[in-house]
Design a protein. Structure first.
Length: 389
C-alpha cells in the first residue's frame, strides 16, 4: 500500500526506517528493537520462547489425548463438555472438526452477531454445524448499543476500532460459558498463524476500563446489554475462582493453514475469504484501510511474519504481497460508504472523523499497568509465551 500519510500519534515516528532481516516487521511498530544481525525482537522471542515450548508431533498428540480425556471426564452427565467461539473463519471452523471428530467432545458452538458478519461466514458456520451435528447458540448484540460504542471509538481517534466487536465476542463467550456451567472454553488461537502478537500500539487489549472511558466521553446510548467482562473478572473470578480453562487444541496438531482450508472446502463446502480476518465487512475495512491510512499500521506485516516464522511463506513472497493494496481501493471506498451508512452518518462526516488527530490508549483511562503486571507474572509462570509490548 502506498504510504499516503505518515503515522500520526505514534510517539517515536521520526525513527530511521528499518525492517527485520528475517521477517517483515518494521519500524511502523515504533517500539520494535533489532539485534546486531538486524533481526527483530518478535523473531528472537519466537526462537527463544515460543518454538522450544511448542508441542507438535507425537508429544502434541499425547497432550491432546490427555486434555480430551480430562474435558470428557469433567463434563460427564452434562449436556456439553466445552464451548467453542465460532466465527466461520478457518481456525474456528477447523477447531469444531477437531473437537468433535478427533477429541470426541460434545461442544456447544457459540456465535456472536455484531451486525457486521459477511454472508460467507454465516454460511460457513451453518455448514460446519450441520455436518458435524452440533448445537449452536447465537448471541445478537443490541445494534443501537453496538453502533453507539463504535461511533464513540471513531470519535476517540484510536487505532483499535475492532475492540468493540472483539470485546463483545470474548466477553459474551466467557459470560455465557460461566452462566451455563461450561468450564472448558476451546479457542482457535494457535502458534502457527498467531505466534506474533500485534504490537499494543496497533491492537490494544480487551480492557474494559478503557472501553468504558471512551464510551463515557463520546457515547450517547447507555450500554445496558452489551456483553462486558473485565480482565479481573476473567483472570480472577472466572479463571481462579470458578475454574474456567481456556484450551487451544490447534497448537497440538499439525496446522498448515492452506492444507486445512482445502480440507474444509472438500469436507464441508467451506468457503475461503481473501484474508484470515476478512470474514467481516468492518474488520476488512478497518485492517485494510483505516489502520494503514490513518496510522501507517499494516496488519498483514504481522500475519506474513508469522507465516515466515513457521515456514509457510517466504520473506520475498511477503514483500511482494506488501507492495499490493490490502484489498482493491474501489472496494475500500465502497466499504467506507457502507459502514458510514450503517452507522447512520454521512460519508463526509465519517471521513472528517477519520481525519482527526490520532490518539492512543494512553490518552484515556486504562488498565495497562495492571495488564503488564499480570502478563509479567504469567510469563514467569510459563503460561504466557508471547511477547507483549
Ligand atoms: Zn523479525
Amino acid at each position: 500500500m502506498p504510504k499516503r500519510i505518515m503515522p500520526r500519534g505514534v510517539k517515536d515516528n521520526h525513527r530511521k526506517y528499518q525492517i527485520c532481516t528475517n521477517c517483515v516487521m518494521d519500524t511502523s511498530d515504533s517500539r520494535i528493537t533489532f539485534n546486531e544481525k538486524g533481526t527483530c525482537d518478535f523473531c528472537s522471542d519466537y526462537f527463544d520462547n515460543i518454538l522450544p515450548n511448542w508441542k507438535q508431533g507425537i508429544v502434541g498428540k499425547d497432550e491432546l489425548k490427555r486434555i480430551s480425556y480430562q474435558i470428557r471426564k469433567a463434563g460427564k452427565g452434562k449436556k456439553y463438555d466445552c464451548i467453542i467461539g465460532m466465527s466461520g473463519g478457518v481456525d474456528s471452523s477447523y477447531l469444531c472438526y477437531i473437537a468433535k471428530n478427533i477429541m470426541h467432545l460434545r461442544p456447544l458452538i457459540y456465535c456472536v452477531d455484531t451486525g457486521w458478519n459477511l454472508n460467507v461466514a454465516v454460511e460457513n458456520i451453518e455448514r460446519i454445524v450441520k455436518a458435524l451435528d452440533l448445537d449452536m447458540y447465537t448471541e445478537v448484540v443490541d445494534w443501537r448499543e453496538m453502533r453507539d460504542l463504535q461511533i464513540a471509538f471513531f470519535k476517540a481517534q484510536v487505532p483499535y476500532q475492532d475492540l468493540p466487536q472483539d470485546h463483545a465476542i470474548f466477553a459474551g463467550l466467557y459470560n455465557y460459558a460461566m452462566k451455563n456451567g461450561i468450564k472448558y472454553v476451546l479457542t482457535g488461537a494457535n502458534n502457527a498463524t498467531e505466534c506474533i502478537r500485534p504490537p499494543i500500539e496497533w491492537v490494544y487489549q480487551n480492557d474494559l476500563t478503557f472501553i468504558k472511558d471512551i464510551h463515557r466521553k463520546f457515547g450517547t446510548v447507555p450500554l445496558k446489554t452489551f456483553p462486558m467482562c473485565s480482565i479481573l473478572k476473567y483472570r480472577g473470578y472466572y479463571t481462579c475462582l470458578r475454574g474456567m480453562k481456556r484450551i487451544a487444541p490447534l497448537n497440538f496438531v499439525k496446522y498448515d493453514k492452506e492444507k486445512v482450508k482445502r480440507f474444509l472446502q472438500k469436507e464441508f463446502g467451506w468457503q475461503a475469504y481473501e484474508n484470515k480476518h476478512y470474514e467481516n465487512v468492518f474488520t476488512r475495512w478497518y485492517e485494510g484501510y483505516y489502520l494503514p491510512y490513518k496510522f501507517g499500521y499494516d496488519k498483514r506485516r504481522v500475519y506474513f511474519s508469522n507465516e515466515i516464522l513457521v515456514g509457510t511463506l517466504t520473506r520475498e513472497e511477503a514483500l511482494k504481497e506488501l507492495e499490493q493494496d490490502p484489498y482493491p481501493p474501489k472496494m475500500q471506498q465502497e466499504d467506507k460508504e457502507y459502514i458510514a451508512k450503517k452507522l447512520g452518518i454521512s460519508t463526509t462526516e465519517f471521513e472528517r472523523m477519520i481525519d482527526g488527530p490520532n490518539k492512543t490508549f494512553e490518552d484515556y483511562k486504562n488498565s495497562w499497568g495492571m495488564i503488564q503486571i499480570g502478563t509479567m507474572i504469567l510469563r514467569k509462570l510459563g503460561i504466557e509465551k508471547k511477547k507483549f509490548r
